[in-house]
Design a protein around this ligand. Structure first.
Ligand code: ATP
Length: 275
C-alpha cells in the first residue's frame, strides 16, 4: 500500500510508481451462473487506482455475486479477472497469496467473529499471513483501532458490546489489517443512521486521500454515491449498464439510472449538498 512518508513534521502520501490512470482491477466478459440461472453475463468493469468506485444496482441484480467472484469465492463460467495486472486464473499459489494480502474486504453486516474481541478480530488476517511477535501484533492492531476512530478501550470489547457504527469501524480496521491497496466494501453504511453513515463515508474518503487506497464500494446509499464516489458503475441486465461520474449518471437516459439518480430522493440530496 502507499505508505506515509515523514517530511519534517508534514505527512505526505507516497505515490507508488503505478499511481495515475492505472487499472487496478479489470474484469472482462464475466459470466456467472447458478445452475440454469445466469446472474452475470459478459460483464466488464475497470477500477482505477486511487478512485472510490460506487457499485449500484437493483436488489438481486448481482452486486454481491460480482464482488464474491472478484474475490475468488464464487467460480465464473467464463471471463478474466486481473488484479494489479495479474490474471487470477494463471497466478501461482504464491502470487495468489501475495494478491490476497493486497485486498481488504468489509463484508455486509461487518462479519466479525462474535467470540473474539475487536483486537483479536483485527489480528485474524495478521495471524493468517504474517509471522509477527505477539506484542508487535497487539501494537499494530491498536494502531488500526485508532486509525478508524475507535477509542482504545474498544479494542478489548466483543462485537456484541459495540454499537452498529462501532462494528462497521471495527470491521474496517480488520479490512485494513494488512495495509491493503484496494478495499472492497459491501454496503458499508447499511443499518447506520444518516450521521453515522456520513461519518463512515468521510473516514473512507480520508483513507483514500492519505493512504492512496482504491475503494470498490457496493452500496444502495445515495448519499455515499453522490458525495464520496468518484465514479459509479450501475449493474443491470446482468452487466454494467453505465459507468461514469455522478454528472454522467445525472445525464443518463437509461431508465433505471434516470429514476435512481433523478428521482425525488436524489434531487433532495443534490440540493442538500449544494454549497
Ligand atoms: N450461492 C448462490 N446460489 C444460488 N443463487 C445465488 C447464490 N448467490 C446469489 N444468488 C442469486 O444471485 C442473484 C444476485 O444476488 P446478489 O446477492 O448478488 O444480489 P445483490 O445485487 O447484491 O442484491 P442486494 O442489493 O439485495 O444485496 C440473486 O437472485 C440471488 O438469489
Amino acid at each position: 500500500m502507499a505508505g506515509l512518508e515523514s517530511n519534517s513534521d508534514v505527512m505526505t502520501p507516497v505515490q507508488p510508481e503505478w499511481q495515475g490512470d492505472k487499472v487496478v482491477l479489470s474484469a472482462r466478459d464475466i459470466t456467472v451462473s447458478f445452475g440454469e440461472t445466469t446472474v452475470l453475463e459478459n460483464l466488464s468493469l475497470d477500477v482505477h487506482h486511487g478512485e472510490i468506485l460506487g457499485f449500484v444496482g437493483a436488489s438481486g441484480a448481482g452486486k454481491s455475486v460480482l464482488l464474491r467472484t472478484v474475490l475468488g469465492l464464487i467460480p465464473r463460467s467464463s471471463g478474466t479477472i486481473e488484479l494489479f495486472g495479474k490474471d487470477l486464473a494463471t497466478a501461482s499459489t504464491r502470487e495468489k497469496i501475495a494478491l490476497d494480502m493486497r485486498l481488504g474486504v468489509l463484508f455486509q453486516h461487518g462479519a466479525l467473529f462474535s467470540s473474539l474481541t475487536v483486537l483479536e478480530n483485527i489480528q485474524v488476517p495478521m495471524r493468517e499471513y504474517l509471522d509477527l511477535p505477539h506484542k508487535l501484533m497487539d501494537e499494530l492492531a491498536l494502531l488500526k483501532v485508532e486509525l478508524v476512530g475507535l477509542p482504545r478501550e474498544a479494542a478489548n470489547k466483543l462485537p456484541s458490546e459495540l454499537s452498529g457504527g462501532m462494528i462497521k469501524r471495527a470491521a474496517l480496521a480488520r479490512a485494513l489489517a494488512l495495509d491493503p491497496d484496494i478495499l472492497f466494501l459491501d454496503e458499508p453504511t447499511s443499518g447506520l443512521d444518516p450521521i453515522g453513515a456520513a461519518e463512515f463515508d468521510e473516514l473512507v474518503a480520508k483513507m483514500r486521500d492519505t493512504m492512496g487506497l482504491t475503494v470498490y464500494m457496493v452500496t444502495h446509499d445515495l448519499d455515499s454515491l453522490l458525495t464520496v464516489c468518484d465514479r459509479i458503475a450501475v449493474l443491470g441486465k446482468k452487466r454494467v449498464l453505465v459507468a461514469g461520474t455522478v454528472e454522467e449518471m445525472m445525464r443518463s437516459e437509461e431508465p433505471w439510472v434516470k429514476s435512481y439518480f433523478r428521482g425525488k430522493r436524489a434531487r433532495q440530496i443534490v440540493t442538500d449538498n449544494r454549497p
